[in-house]
Ligand binder design. Structure first.
Ligand code: ADP
Length: 584
């Protein structure tokens, strides 16, 4: 085994199946083959590639659809039809494609890792920046001219102080298990706006943050991931369909090309990369798919972009680890998962972050991992260990999903440790009262939980009106604000719209609370067309500012009228419960 290395990529058998050396002992090696090994015979040759599992990085990735080891599924299908035979090693990006190169650096300039050499307008949404790769430094002695350059072309040649020349190809290779270097980490204090009210409003995620969406079957993990992939304010989205059903990937493939980016009006695929390793594809490639995805994300981060990476689902990835570990006869730890499960999860989530790149740009990778705990049990190892490495937790609640409250993100179990850090951004970009409204909404939801318990015990009728009002406001928050259908005009809700809805609900609450205190019966306050209209606000468009203002006026008029008619003449005395006199 002298000429081989651990984790080296090898081609196995006459069909050249792609594999990786995962164990070496004296002159024996264990090779993890990423494809179906059926039919492989003793005596077939194995050829080393002298590199570890790597991906090609360059123009042609965006809008693409790849398998777990980075092979373009579109090209494979053109050549092979729907069923892909093993061993077909097609290049990740077609070497013959020509790109319109615009040089930025010139001969004589110094190139340092991350410095900008040239650009290619890869899609109308994405300017691809060709950078000096990590580890390369020196004087540029040759530069490709402006104009067409093939994918397998050379952009520049760099000569180091020792006279050694390094060609810099348009498409570069990078080993997927090695994080790409950056200069420095930054605080995650800018939110990744997702267009989902419950996320942006209550449990925001920062650019460069890491979040987990755990939930049992059918609670909406996939739909939520799709929503985030569609609407997140990222310049590049990497979506990894890892071990999930094939038809879910089909949905993505059918939907994304026809969807428009809400900010630019261009097709979403122009900023999206899809990686699919569905449940019927080889399990080993599933393990690799996560690394392939994050390496692509890092490549675009290095260009100074905000990248969002969705992995659906990390549980299936952990199961792939377990399966491979089992075959290696490693000693299993909790529930059969290998003892290094937490380390692998940490390594993955650690690759998220907002950084200063080697070239001095600011870029970020936000990781959003779905977790599918068996039986919806959040104490199982994958969920539990994931919680240690993420700072944003969107727990999906089976009861909410059953009640068709979507997104079924529980307002009691979920949390975001980024909320404080991104508050300033929302205060200056949306409204200075952002933070206080969020706190108030959460207070009301928490208090409502307590009231609901009492209601379950003794019924609603015995509650004083101020508590019933609180329960009613919580109902408005849940139905008018937190609920958001993924299908329809409300699918994307800019922060301004969410804020306007919440502001109106809380405005109603404060005003009604004042009247209830004066003894005005709640039943009259909450009974009226403007109050009913609150739950329909989410169907409005954010631009429709007039409609929000109009409703506020109607609401005020309604409350003022009821208040004037029904305010009791005597002043309330201490000890008055406040409420509808009819039941007392
Ligand atoms: P999981 O991946 O957790 O098994 P899915 O994401 O497939 O669950 O969601 C199950 C169903 O829940 C979907 O088919 C859809 O009908 C419904 N659903 C989930 N989220 C939403 C949403 N935001 N809006 C409307 N319906 C939703």
């Amino acid at each position: 085994m002298g000429e081989y290395a651990m984790r080296e990529m090898v081609l196995v058998g006459h069909r050249t199946l792609l594999g990786e050396i995962i164990r070496m002992e004296e002159d024996e090696a264990t090779i993890q083959v990423y494809e179906d090994t059926q039919g492989l015979q003793i005596g077939e040759p194995v050829t080393g590639s002298h590199e570890s599992l790597s991906v090609s990085l360059g123009p042609g990735l965006v809008g693409g659809f790849f398998d777990g080891i980075g092979r373009p599924l579109g090209t494979l299908m053109e050549r092979q039809g729907v069923y892909i035979a093993p061993g077909l090693n097609v290049p990740q990006v077609d070497p013959t494609t020509e790109w319109d190169l615009v040089p930025v650096a010139k001969v004589g300039d110094m190139a340092t890792p991350g410095s900008l050499l040239a650009t290619v307008q890869e899609t109308p949404l994405l300017l691809h920046r060709i950078l000096t790769p990590p580890g390369v430094e020196g004087e540029i002695v040759e530069m490709a001219p402006q104009g067409a350059l093939r994918s397998d072309g050379i952009v520049a040649r760099v000569k180091d102080p020792f006279g050694h020349e390094t060609p810099i190809p348009l498409v570069q290779r990078w080993p997927v298990r090695l994080p790409r270097p950056y200069r420095e980490r930054l605080l995650p204090n800018e939110p990744l706006v997702t267009g989902q009210r419950v996320i942006d409003g209550l449990f925001p995620i920062a650019k460069g943050g890491a979040a987990a969406i755990p939930g049992g079957f059918g609670t909406g993990k996939t739909v939520t991931q799709h929503q985030l992939a569609k609407w997140s304010e990222a310049q590049v989205v990497v979506y990894i369909g890892c071990g999930e059903r094939g038809n879910e990937m089909t949905d993505v493939l059918e939907e994304f090309p026809v969807l428009e980016d809400p900010r630019s009006g261009r097709p979403l695929m122009e900023r999206t990369i899809l990686i699919a390793n569905t449940s019927n594809m080889p399990v080993a490639a599933r393990e690799a798919s996560i690394y392939t995805g994050i390496t692509l994300a890092e490549y675009f981060r290095d260009m100074g972009y905000d990248v969002a990476l969705m992995a659906d689902s990390t549980s299936r990835w952990a199961e792939a680890l377990r399966e491979i570990s089992g075959r290696l006869e490693e000693i299993p730890a909790e529930e059969g998962f290998p003892a290094y499960l937490p380390t692998r999860l940490a390594e993955f989530y650690e690759r998220a972050g907002r950084v200063v790149t080697q070239g001095g740009e600011t870029g970020s990778i936000t990781i959003i991992g779905a977790v599918s705990p068996p039986g919806g049990d959040f104490t199982e190892p994958v969920t539990r260990h994931t919680k240690r490495f993420i700072r944003c937790f969107w727990g999906l609640d089976k009861n909410l999903a059953n009640a068709r409250h979507f997104p079924a993100i529980s307002w009691l179990d979920s949390y975001s440790e980024y909320a404080q850090e991104v508050e300033d951004w929302f205060s200056s970009h949306v409204d200075p009262r952002w933070g206080s409204l969020r706190d108030r909404a959460r207070e009301i939801l928490a208090e409502d939980e307590r009231i609901q318990q009492i209601i379950r015990l003794v019924g609603e009728d015995v509650l004083p009106d101020d508590q019933r009002l609180l329960a009613f406001t919580a109902f408005l928050v849940k139905n008018g604000y937190l609920q958001q259908s993924a299908f329809g005009p409300d699918s994307y809700s800019p922060p301004e719209k969410g804020f306007a809805i919440l502001d109106l609900i809380l405005h109603f609450h404060e005003k009604a609370a004042g009247l209830v205190k004066k003894g005005v019966p709640l039943s009259l306050l909450k009974d009226g067309e403007p109050v009913d209209a609150i739950t329909h606000l989410r169907e409005l468009k954010a631009e429709d500012k007039g409609a929000f203002e109009d409703l506020r006026k109607r609401l005020d008029a309604h409350l003022d009228r009821v208040g004037a008619e029904r305010t009791p003449t005597r002043e309330p005395r201490p000890g008055d419960a406040g409420g509808d006199a009819s039941w007392r």
